[in-house]
Ligand binder design. Structure first.
Ligand code: F6R
Length: 365
């Protein structure tokens, strides 16, 4: 049931504030502010030397954010592969003490095969899954549920942000286990994570402004998405979302890669979507944006008040999000990117919930 929404995708975008708080509740005791593993599962992250992360599609981009989280907040080095590569790469898996998989459906063939491969190699396995009765949930040693509820739209939205929430909470837990995060800071972090639903609501309120932008986007054949640091995986996810439902050719890049090739594509007709909260990467991204502006590219900038006030990007179309701590930016900035893809697809008249050639769950290689 779509309720009063036009599509499941829109309904699922709107559900995010609520399901983010459900997912957080599985990882945090809200009365003490302490992180915990769901269902009293035991992983001692102080013993984990290295994590191998693996997933497909949007789950892979969540895992890429997860890598940044584990490395930044828990100081655990991570490997990361798309599942279709992990299972055949024959990596020596040196020092890997945990293989962590991310899947909405829990049935994706390559992710399941990678899980079985990791088990065969004698690794401890864990899975972040949305469907608790799925094969991946059954076979993994540890299961961390995302409580996004059923996701019907083929383009993943609420499952993605719940995956990010689960990964953020796990990274904080891991940081605590390792003594990298002290108890007072743990409480501060969980308080910050608890702000996600409110901020997600504010992001949803940008829908009108984003719909206006989508009218222009719908006239384009191509688009580039750029981001750095925590926003790099979002550039990839924003481009995937746009291409899969609007069929506009979109590519995501790390902003620093621009000058290594894609800048050749920039002319007056190329829209460049930049995800740049005013974080530690901002100044560097801003100088990449200036390179685009100098070549006449049309810039759409997702930033906050500080980023907007920096004036470095005069002439850009601005979508201004609320200020927030860095750990929340991937979760909250995902929402306007979902809305941009959604409204562009509506302009294009495509089948938003059932895009051509795609299946909700990919159970063949
Ligand atoms: C994109 C999308 C796909 C899935 C991918 C993995 O919007 O939905 O890229 O993310 O097929 O699926 P799960 O997460 O079910 O393993």
């Amino acid at each position: 049931d779509k309720g009063n929404h036009r599509h499941f995708m829109q309904k699922e975008i709107y559900e995010q504030p609520e399901v983010l708080s459900h997912t957080l509740g599985a990882f945090v005791d809200m009365t003490t502010g302490r992180t915990r593993l769901p269902k009293d599962q035991a992983i001692d992250f102080s013993k984990v030397r290295r994590i191998a992360l693996s997933a497909c599609g949007t789950g892979f981009y969540a895992a890429l954010v997860g890598r940044y989280y584990f490395e930044r907040y828990a100081r655990i080095p991570c490997d990361l592969d798309v599942a279709s590569e992990f299972r055949y790469r024959e990596s020596p898996l040196a020092d890997v003490d945990l293989a962590l998989f991310v899947s909405q459906s829990g049935e994706t063939a390559d992710t399941l095969a990678s899980l079985r491969y990791a088990k065969g190699e004698g690794l401890a396995t864990a899975a972040i899954v949305n469907v608790e009765e799925s094969t991946i949930a059954r076979e993994a040693d540890h299961v961390f549920p995302t409580l996004a509820g059923p996701e019907i739209g083929v383009a993943s939205t609420k499952a993605f942000t719940c995956q990010l929430m689960a990964l953020a909470a796990l990274a904080i837990k891991a940081g605590v286990d390792r003594g990298v995060i002290l108890p007072e800071r743990e409480i501060e972090f969980t308080r910050i994570l608890a702000e996600a639903p409110r901020l997600a609501n504010e992001a949803i309120r940008l829908e009108g402004a984003i719909e206006a932008l989508s009218r222009k986007m719908a006239t384009k054949k191509h688009a580039l998405f750029l981001g750095r640091g925590f926003s790099y995986p979002l550039a990839l996810e924003g481009a995937l979302k746009l291409k899969e439902i609007s069929y506009i050719h979109a590519e995501g890049y790390a902003a620093g890669e621009l000058k290594h090739g894609p800048i050749a594509l920039i002319d007056e007709t190329m829209p460049v979507v930049v995800i740049a909260p005013h974080d530690r990467s901002f100044e560097k991204t801003a100088s990449n944006v200036q390179e685009v502006a100098a070549r006449g590219g049309e810039i759409v900038l997702f930033t906050d008040a500080k980023g907007a006030a920096s004036g470095i990007v005069d002439g850009a179309e601005l979508i201004v999000l609320p200020d927030m701590p860095e750990i929340l930016t991937p979760i909250v900035y995902a929402i306007p990117l979902q809305l941009l893809a959604y409204h562009t697809a509506i302009q294009m008249g495509t089948d938003v919930d059932q895009p051509r050639n795609l299946a909700k769950s990919v159970t063949v290689e």
